[in-house]
Design a protein around this ligand. Structure first.
Ligand SMILES: Nc1ncnc2c1ncn2[C@@H]1O[C@H](COP(=O)(O)OP(=O)(O)OP(=O)(O)O)[C@@H](O)[C@H]1O
Ligand SMILES: [Mg+2]
Length: 284
């Protein structure tokens, strides 16, 4: 693609009906509050620095940033899977360690060991992370919730299949079903849409829509800027630090996206999204 050419990244076919916030509106309840969070890995400078995040109850907040920006590290440090260097995390007003039952986490698909011999149904039933250990003592309620969640992501007929036999998109849907089945009030979803076909992505967005209408709250990391523009109540641009945060229309600007994605130059409308001057997408 030439420097002047523009490649359409895709126009979302799903525009969420978002309640406009009245002027001067302040939220009285937050599902997630992150204050001055720093985290990283041994022997390296911090991967994320001074992060402040708010996820209001009943809203979707989209987290965007380039590869290596620290999105997954942010999720893991929120959950304590990566020990924060400093900072505070509260879910529903409580320290996160006291609210874990109310938080569901969908890891990035690459983080999960899919070779473990368990069925789709077992993965949806179990709440663990990384280790996919089967456990027989599920209540009828647990089982019904798992079945309903698998139906929601259109995988009911795969319930007894081994997870190792599933396609990438199906695995993602299994992880989504697991997050839904937990019944948690806050969902942390790390790239749930990558690699999904348009129809399944549309279905999952509708499911998220239903969940937030039912009062759930969602923090979602994604590379799909069009999705954030059309579906999120707020957007956060991250590149080691929070570059900007607020309603997508005010945050997803060319200036902010250029700073977030460094050398990339992006132009974004609220719904229509195009990307120009990106040699990675060159067609010629
Ligand atoms: N287990 C680890 N050990 C050491 N460094 C890590 C580890 N995981 C991530 N990092 C580093 O931390 C930084 C942030 O990585 P992270 O995975 O959080 O980025 P990301 O925004 O989720 O990227 P992507 O879009 O590729 O998923 C990167 O520089 C990465 O190399
Ligand atoms: Mg990541």
């Amino acid at each position: 693609m030439s420097a002047s050419a523009t490649q359409r990244l895709g126009e979302p076919d799903h525009e969420r009906a978002r309640e406009p916030r009245p002027p001067g509106h302040t939220h009285d309840a937050f599902a997630l509050e992150v204050d001055d969070l720093w985290a990283g890995y041994p022997g390296q400078p911090p991967a994320i620095e001074a992060i402040d995040v708010r996820v209001p109850v009943g809203e979707i907040v989209g987290l965007v940033g380039p590869n290596g920006a620290g999105k997954s590290t942010l999720f893991k440090s929120i959950l304590g899977l990566v020990e924060p260097l400093r900072g505070e995390v509260r879910a529903f007003g409580q320290p996160i360690r006291d609210a874990r039952a109310d938080v569901a986490y969908m890891p990035q698909i690459e983080e999960v060991d899919w070779d473990f011999p368990v069925s789709v149904n077992d993965v949806v039933l179990m709440g663990g992370y990384r280790r996919l250990l089967p456990f027989a003592g599920w209540s009828r309620d647990d089982r019904e919730r798992a079945t309903a969640a698998l139906e929601q992501v259109r995988l009911a007929e795969y319930a007894s299949r081994q997870v190792g036999e599933l396609s990438g998109g199906q695995r993602r849907r299994v992880l989504m079903a697991r997050a839904i089945a937990r019944g948690a009030r806050l969902l942390l979803l790390d790239e749930p849409f990558a690699g999904l076909d348009a129809a399944v992505q549309h279905d999952l967005l509708e499911i998220l829509d239903e969940l937030v209408k039912g009062g759930r709250s969602v923090l979602i990391a994604t590379h799909d800027l069009a999705c954030v523009a059309s579906c999120s109540d707020d957007a956060i641009c991250l590149n080691k630090r929070v570059i900007a945060t607020g309603p997508p229309a005010t945050v997803l600007t060319e200036e902010v996206l250029s700073r977030t994605f460094d050398r990339h130059l992006l132009t974004v409308g609220t719904v229509n999204l195009s990307l120009a001057h990106d040699e990675h997408l060159s067609a010629d």
